[in-house]
Design a protein around this ligand. Structure first.
Ligand SMILES: [Cu+2]
Length: 427
């Protein structure tokens, strides 16, 4: 099928004559990724080239979901859209020069992250008069992580809906990606959960603006346990935007990860939030610290319109409420660790779909090493226990953790949660 035929034009929402005489239009274009197969209770992660609009124009809004091969929507409780990130290949990213893929290797070419969505189903919507410029010759890539909650393999596609303006000149926006672990396909960190009832845990990242302009739209991504993501301009000391999560979605079973927000607040406004060249922006991610939260993220994507802001006063998006305490969902181990109790060992192998020693007892203060020896990537992630921690996804090499608090640490591989579990008892 030709590339043009794959474009399904659902509606022409606006037509008018641009000054040049070219016909201006905003079309809704629905595109799909190549099929992605996910094993039983498995996670599929990768990067693929995907279709993009075939003519020059501007993206003015975008959203994505998961569909089956017949094009029917797949509910979250079946295949969860964990994360998708759309990138424009061979374009520099505003905040990242070298992007690291799921394989832990640097991407050989620059990629610009311009839209992303997670469990909160963020959609991009730019204010009237603004667009993300795109050429018909531009190449798009899709970075994806999908999770299958069923006991059989499934094949799905990521469907994405692009509202695309042609034949008119819009004010161009540049995506600005701020991230606690920038430049990574899997930008995770973990919250220890050792602060006691009502406590919170914060990380932040700073970015210095290389030019003046205004932020006209933005959205954010937190995981389970998240309280808020706040963007401030340190140079004038003010808050620009705070994204707050909403909780209470339907819980997919089995619970293979701590559920994230069902929604995060976004903004879309003109003329936007002015910032000046040299201003230091700070993005702060706040999480509940009364219990561990592992493999969490703190990301905000902003759309920036460069230009003079002379005469504009600082402004901020009004708060829509106070952060709500997230529900705590204790992750179960989905497989009972087996085998003899290994006492006082200091390391174990992590192979394909099994921890070498599944039951371990060690004295407090031990630095324990997991050696990754499989043909596939795995990780070590705390499900529940005294202190939250998690390793990167690894196929080779090792990961160490020093156990400083006694108790029972229930661990699993987040990529194979029904297969790979381990209990470490620290005396
Ligand atoms: Cu694994």
């Amino acid at each position: 099928m030709s590339r043009a035929l794959r474009f399904v034009i659902v509606a022409a929402l606006l037509t008018l004559c641009a000054p040049s005489g070219a016909l201006a239009a905003v079309n809704t274009i629905v595109l799909q990724s190549s099929p992605i197969t996910i094993g039983p209770f498995g996670v599929a992660r990768g990067i693929q080239r995907v279709d993009s609009p075939s003519v020059d124009g501007n993206v003015v809004s975008m959203s994505a979901d998961v569909v089956d091969l017949a094009g029917n929507p797949v509910p979250n409780a079946h295949v969860m859209l964990h994360h998708v990130v759309f990138v424009k290949v061979l374009h520099p990213d505003y905040t990242c020069s070298t992007f690291t893929g799921y394989d832990g290797l640097p991407a050989p070419i620059p990629v610009e992250r311009f839209y992303a969505e997670g469990e909160e189903h963020m959609s991009l919507g730019l204010p009237n008069g603004y667009g993300y410029p795109n050429k018909g010759s531009d190449i798009w890539g899709l970075v994806y992580m999908l999770m299958n909650h069923h006991n059989s393999a499934d094949t799905v596609r990521v469907r994405y809906t692009v509202r695309y303006a042609t034949g008119e000149s819009l004010r161009p926006v540049t995506p600005v990606w701020l991230d606690m672990r920038n430049c990574q396909a899997d930008p995770i960190f973990s919250v220890p959960g050792t602060g006691g009832s009502g406590s919170s845990y914060e990380q932040h990242t700073d970015f210095t603006m290389p030019e003046s302009g205004s932020f006209v739209a933005g959205g954010a991504h937190l995981h389970g346990g998240g309280l808020q993501l706040e963007l401030t301009d340190r140079s004038w000391g003010g808050r620009l935007f705070t994204s707050l999560p909403t909780w209470g979605g339907e819980m997919p079973t089995p619970m293979m990860h701590e559920p994230g927000p069902v929604q995060m607040t976004t903004f879309s406004t003109a003329p936007g939030l002015p910032v000046r060249r040299g201003d230091t922006l700070r993005l702060s991610a706040q999480y509940d610290n009364s219990a561990p939260h592992t493999r969490v993220m703190g990301i905000m994507i902003l759309y920036f319109s460069p230009g003079s802001v002379d005469g504009l006063s600082p402004s901020s998006i009004p708060l829509t409420g106070a952060p709500q305490r997230p529900p705590y969902m204790r992750l179960p181990l989905l497989r009972r660790p087996r085998g003899p109790l290994a006492r006082n060992i200091r390391s174990t192998a992590v192979g394909d779909y099994v921890f070498g020693n599944q039951r371990v007892s060690i004295p407090r203060g031990t630095t324990f090493t997991w050696r990754f020896v499989g043909a596939e990537q795995h990780d070590v992630t705390l499900a529940s226990g005294p202190v939250g921690f998690a390793s990167p996804s690894l196929q080779r090499g090792s990961y160490r953790h020093r156990f400083t608090r006694p108790g029972t640490y229930r661990l699993f591989c987040s990529l194979h949660p029904t297969l790979m579990t381990q209990i470490v008892t620290v005396r």
